[in-house]
Design a protein around this ligand. Sequence first.
Ligand code: ADP
Length: 286
Amino acid sequence: MQLVLESLSKKYKNLLALNDVNCQLTEGIYGLLGPNGAGKSTLMKLLVQNMKPTDGHIFLDGTEIAKMGDDYKKLIGYMPQQQELFPFFTGRRFLNYMGLLKGMNKNELSDAIEAIAKKVNLSDVLDKKVGGYSGGMKQRLLIAQAFLGNPKIVIFDEPTAGLDPKERIHARNLIAENAKDKIILIATHVVQDIEYIASKVILLKTGEIVEIDSPENMQRQLEGKVWELTVDTDKAADYMGKYLVSSAVRYGESTKMRFISEDVPKGNVENVKPDLEDVYLYVFGG
Ligand code: ADP
């Protein structure tokens, strides 16, 4: 399976939200990483056909998706940002409703709902009202609806927004566990959401793709530029002004700084292995 984005642009009046985006996606998990306003949601809306591009085309295995109609829609799962849930619906009723919208028939739906609920660990509460669900449970229900009907292309917009750290890990693992043989795209500005599960990362900056590569390769490019140094806490601010600082952890009188510098900084510095957070900082700034 191959999804090809060719010279894709989207304008909102005078604002160019996406500018000549070109890329090819095959089975695997892609992290779409960029700050707020980079154009992530716009790109996803084009992929799920919520909007039409101003310019450019999207092809699935050589056929333009605009010409595929419902055949394309059936292949798509989507978890939009801040999706509203009807509080008086049960989890089962919500999944049923979403399945019917996807064109699934009643018989296949009831089995599919049981199966996906089991996978996201909601079987026990499927007949309870969604209004009583915790934030993590609601998010898992939304992840479940995205996977309902076994879509081949599944798109998540900030899937861990509003979750606590434990729930974030759970949501992330659920996506990874269900990703087999699919193209998965996870848009986020939170590096940890995709750091360990994405095989490729797409860096999007003001509507343009800066880079697409594996996290390992991106990290490799920063080798020799990431440093750690422990300084007196009252000197920490000097480093904040001078370098791109990815973390500063205070231990009373001293502070451990992690920062990016092209040149070897002064002092008792240690050169450390870059991570994806460092890459994000390097590309998008502080
Ligand atoms: P992201 O998802 O990365 O935060 P968006 O795709 O939401 O980015 O937005 C990209 C740019 O397009 C931003 O400058 C945003 O303000 C603008 N934008 C998004 N949606 C609309 C819209 N419906 N009308 C006008 N401008 C929009």
